[in-house]
Design a binder for this molecule. Structure first.
Ligand SMILES: CC(C)[C@H](C(=O)O)[C@@H](O)C(=O)O
Ligand code: SF4
Length: 479
């Protein structure tokens, strides 16, 4: 047991303790940051602050930049970004990185992609690291046993200048996922089921550690989907102790340690797990065997139900304020209380994002699309060019195109309609993203969150369907 003064510690405790630079009496702690990703979604002033004070980036070698939110998925060049303001923000990031000696994956580079897809797949995020980015879904990186969290733009400037950050120590929550997920149930469904249970603020102020048989059984990519969605439960971060799967995923990745350094790293990473008897501020237990493929019906990610279920009795609630909020959500979504989800017509389908834009996600979608045609406009956007190239090498692109779907260049795309990809007002979209907020995918657009297989099946049927039947056929064809 790796303990301080004999006390068992959680995975989070171990990471935190190791990164403390200075502890102030008022409860604030200065922590060291190992990895800083710079995205394009930063206010202009973030970079100017350094110039005004004559500061340089403290650790350019620990900082990596990439443009994901504003990247056009129609092409790989800066000129494909039609909007002048957004193009300027990306140019600013390019100029800053160049001037400061920060590596940037250019829009046409083979590594280009969404920060939370590219970072892990390049081996830039490693177990035991503190990882920050001016983006909430930095929680994704916790899937590798890192403490990854989103920071505000003034904090970005602080990290650039000092490689440290003032933080209040968060509380810890253990989410134990027991049982074996049923056929066709994915990390997305488990995450949505958890958020439905604990609510969008259920994890507030906490770092969630996911553990249990169901987590051990998940692939590393699926763990990223789960950790990604921690933010939608209000958590500061999500994390999973590294195991053999984590090491196998990382081995040989470009920036991962090589040779003798690799063996030394693994030896260190093996200590990164919660000690038996370690105390968490809070614990929740979820039975994954009872989870079914989930679909959101409302305007926040906690408002979901199993595909074979109904929008259930929400208006029976006693609390009038809550009732009003739910009525508003149903009105916006043009859905009736008690309505069956299966069969609801959709106008458009989006498969991609840092939640579900990885190779395994595209493989499931391709298995559903194979030999079929889409009924509604469908866009498939890989999370990175590495994912895109791998998918193409496997022939997934041909399946998507033959099905009549669009196969785009990587980026955030229609997850957040600020790059030219968006739905039309009033449209209902089946989407593999993580936020179903009002207007998130375009003005007046209604978003239903679900897994990639479910979204692909919705594209084929033109309505929400239980994809397990199609998945069974696909599995039978493959054998
Ligand atoms: C634009 C950015 C700050 C934002 C985030 O922090 O998550 C975005 O990535 C999102 O998913 O809403
Ligand atoms: S894909 Fe979506 S959730 Fe992820 S970083 Fe981009 S906008 Fe945010």
């Amino acid at each position: 047991m790796d303990t301080v003064a004999g006390q068992p510690r959680t995975l989070f405790d171990k990471l935190w303790d190791k990164h403390v630079v200075h502890q102030r009496d008022d409860g604030h702690t200065l922590i060291y940051i190992d990895r800083h990703y710079l995205g394009d979604d930063l206010p202009r002033d973030t970079f100017d602050v350094l110039a005004r004070r004559g500061l340089r980036v403290r650790r350019p070698d620990a900082t990596f930049a990439m443009a994901d939110h504003y990247a056009s998925t129609r092409g790989c060049s800066i000129n494909d970004i039609i909007d002048a303001d957004r193009r300027e923000l990306v140019e600013k990031l390019i100029d800053f990185s160049r001037a400061q000696g920060v590596s940037m994956f250019a829009l046409d580079a083979p590594q280009h992609g969404i920060v939370h897809v590219t970072g892990p797949e390049q081996g830039l995020t490693l177990p035991g690291m503190t990882v920050v980015c001016g983006d909430s879904h930095t929680s994704t990186h916790g899937a590798l046993g890192a403490f990854g969290f989103g920071i505000g733009s003034s904090e970005v400037s602080h990290v650039l200048a000092t490689q440290t950050l003032w933080q209040k120590r968060p509380a810890t929550m253990l989410a134990r996922f027991a049982g074996t997920p049923a056929f066709g149930v994915t990390a997305k469904d488990i995450a949505l089921a958890m958020i439905a249970r604990i609510g969008v603020s259920g994890g507030a102020g906490h770092v969630i550690e996911y553990a249990g048989d169901a987590i051990d059984a998940l692939s590393v990519e699926a763990r990223m989907t789960l950790c990604n969605l921690s933010i939608e439960a209000g958590a500061r971060a999500g994390m999973i102790a590294p195991d053999e799967k984590t090491y196998a995923y990382l081995q040989g990745r470009h920036f991962a340690p090589q040779g003798p350094a690799w063996a030394a790293a693994i030896a260190e990473w093996r200590a990164l797990r919660s000690d038996p008897g370690a105390r968490f501020s809070r614990e929740v237990l979820l039975d994954t065997a009872r989870v079914a493929p989930m679909v959101t019906w409302g305007t926040n990610p906690s408002q979901s139900a199993p595909i074979d279920g109904r929008v259930s009795d929400v208006l029976d609630l006693d609390d009038p304020a809550q009732r009003t909020r739910l009525r508003d959500a149903l009105d916006y979504m043009d859905i009736r209380d008690g309505q069956q989800l299966e069969g609801l017509p959709v106008d458009r389908v989006f498969i991609g994002s840092c939640t579900n834009g990885r190779l395994e996600d595209l493989r499931v979608a391709a298995a559903i699309f194979d030999g079929r045609r889409v009924k509604v406009p469908t866009m498939i956007v890989p999370g990175s060019r590495t994912v895109r190239n791998a998918a193409t090498a496997e022939g997934l692109d041909r399946i998507f195109l033959a099905a009549g779907a669009e196969w785009r260049e990587p980026g955030c795309s229609m997850c957040l309609a600020i790059n030219g990809d968006e739905g039309r007002p009033g449209e209902r979209i089946a989407s593999t993203t993580n936020r179903n907020f009002v207007g998130r995918q375009g003005r007046g657009v209604r978003t239903h969150l679900m897994s990639p297989g479910m979204a692909a099946a919705a594209a084929i049927a033109g309505r929400l369907v239980d994809y397990r039947e199609l998945l069974r056929h696909a599995a039978a064809d493959a054998t």
